[in-house]
Design a protein around this ligand. Structure first.
Ligand code: IPM
Ligand code: MN
Length: 375
């Protein structure tokens, strides 16, 4: 069996960490009898600075022939903040309609957590973050005193929406950003979360801010309620986003699957990463169950560590395990996660963030060797 997988190493530390993820995935392939053929795509800052292009339609079309893309990280200080993040990363999430952003928050055996008296049994949940709507639709502007009119459009595979906005203001200048959720977009991600809860511990927590942003998140809550009626076995609860940050710290054991709108999902998963041991350990997957998905660490491109062979590759290796599972290689995927756990438990080969002195590639070598049973 052979899988063709596009790889986008990206910016900053991206190339270094992705190389280790490839190494470990290949080791799992060797053990489980499959081959990986990587197809390199050089998207990101260098490509943009050289060509002025973020990601073109032809590349996107080509990438959509594959089930899973392996991504390092996007973002570079030479480019204005947001240009690459929106123009490459979000552009791909939207183009491929990767409406689920799956972020496991799992404390592995042997990892230190800042939460006192909590261990691996207590910290094991998954956040399902909606990934195509909410305040991420990119609609907003500024306008100076006076009157003005703007037209905006949201184009998705599911639907398209046009907004026309008349602004009349005597403030010196205003800025605004519009958040939007659709019935289709909300229901599909909540259903995904319920299905996931059904194969886990049958508990789903919804995140909103229906007490204040009641149009957008009151709608989210209503859809959640209506879908919950079809899953009587799943226990549910609602959480305001401010409160859930408190519960993640105080009682993480309460959670099994958490479903959140895009913006809140972004925020709470950085907190999730911290309680599972840090950003160096937190993987993510952008999923379109019927199309092209994309696997990446949830951390950024850490430009100050670029080329130093210093950062922790575990989040990316773990994202690689999620990619293998998505390709149907579940046993290989589980082996990779177990090997990560063994590496951590032994504590002999680790990067600085975990109190070690080893390099990025030494950690990758160690985990690959564990997968192959060589050490
Ligand atoms: C993430 C990141 C991105 C996001 C940025 C880089 C666009 O923070 O994947 O969580 O906000 O989704
Ligand atoms: Mn984020």
């Amino acid at each position: 069996m052979k899988y063709k997988v596009p790889v986008i190493p990206g910016d900053g530390i991206g190339p270094e960490i992705v190389a280790e993820g490839q190494k470990v995935a290949e080791a799992a392939g060797e053990k489980h009898g499959f081959d990986l053929e990587w197809i390199d795509y050089s998207l990101g800052a260098d490509h943009y600075l050289k060509t002025g292009e973020l990601v073109d339609e032809d590349t996107l079309k080509e990438l959509s022939n594959y089930r899973g893309i392996y991504l390092g990280s996007i973002g570079d200080p030479r480019v204005k903040p947001g240009v690459l993040e929106k123009g490459v990363l979000l552009a791909m999430r939207f183009y491929f309609d990767q409406y689920v952003n799956l972020r496991p928050v799992k404390l592995l055996e042997g990892v230190w957590t800042p939460l006192k008296d909590k261990g691996p049994k207590d910290i094991d949940f998954t956040v399902v973050r909606e990934n195509t709507e909410d305040f991420y639709i990119g609609i907003g502007s500024r306008s100076k005193a006076g009157t003005s009119r703007s037209e905006f459009e949201v184009k998705r595979n599911l639907y398209s929406v046009k907004f026309g906005l008349d602004v009349e203001s005597d403030s010196e200048e205003i800025a605004y950003q519009i958040g939007m959720v659709s019935k289709e977009g909300t229901r599909r991600v909540i259903k995904y979360a319920f299905d996931l809860a059904m194969v886990r511990r049958k508990h789903l927590s919804s995140v909103d801010k229906a007490n204040v942003l009641s149009d957008i998140y009151g709608f989210w809550r209503e859809e959640f309620e209506s879908i919950a009626a079809g899953y009587p076995e799943v226990e549910t609860d609602y959480n305001f986003v401010d409160a859930i940050t408190m519960w993640f710290v105080k009682n993480p054991e309460w959670f099994d699957v958490v479903v959140a709108p895009n913006m809140f999902g972004d925020i709470i998963t950085d907190l999730g990463a911290m309680i599972q041991g840090g950003l160096g350990l937190a993987p993510g997957a952008n999923i379109n169950p019927e199309g092209t998905s994309m696997f990446e660490p949830i951390h950024g491109s850490a430009p100050k560590y670029k080329g130093m062979n210093k950062v922790n590759p575990i989040a990316t290796i773990w994202a690689g395990a999620m990619l293998l599972e998505h390709l149907g290689e579940r046993a290989a995927s589980e082996d990779v996660v177990r090997a990560i756990e063994t590496n951590i438990k032994r504590g002999e080969v680790r990067t600085y963030d975990m109190g070690g002195r080893n390099t990025t590639s030494e950690v990758g070598d160690d985990i690959a060797a564990i997968v192959l049973g060589k050490i």
